[in-house]
Structures are given as C-alpha cells and as structure tokens.
Design a binder for this molecule. Sequence first.
Ligand code: ZN
Length: 86
Amino acid sequence: MSVGDYPRVRLAHVHSETSLELVVFSSTTTRYSLHPLPVRRPASGVVEDVVSCGSCGTTVKIRVFSPRLRWQLKLCWFSVFLIGAW
Ligand SMILES: [Zn+2]
C-alpha cells in the first residue's frame, strides 16, 4: 500500500489548443505544461490546501487523501464498477 508522500496527479496548465477539421478527419492539438502538487499526504484523513499554477499563478483548492483513505476510496469505486458491470 505504498503510494508515496505526494500525489502522482499533477496540475496542468493549457497554453493553446488548435483544431484541424477536414472532410473525413479531425484532430486537436493541445499544448500544456504539468506542475507537481507540493502537498504531502497526511498520515490519516484528508488535508485541504491551495496550490498555485507554475505558469500563470492561478490558485486551485485541492484535497489530498491519506494512503489508507485513498485505498478505501479506490475499493469503493471498484465495487461500484463491478455492480455496474453485473
Ligand atoms: Zn496556469
């Protein structure tokens, strides 16, 4: 149950998005940069913090779960998936 001290999810800043549409083909190109979330996982429960984007400085409120609570939430979502697939 080792998940690391910090979340693996990173904050993405979208720099640009371009779309190309032809008659039978379309594609979208997104340029973005990723920034780590510098909030340490708590030993138990949930911690809420405000992080800022490394590109533009916009702040975002995030929640980081303890390893045990994270595992319980994943198990819960997997159970919901199994019930839905049945
Ligand atoms: Zn940003």
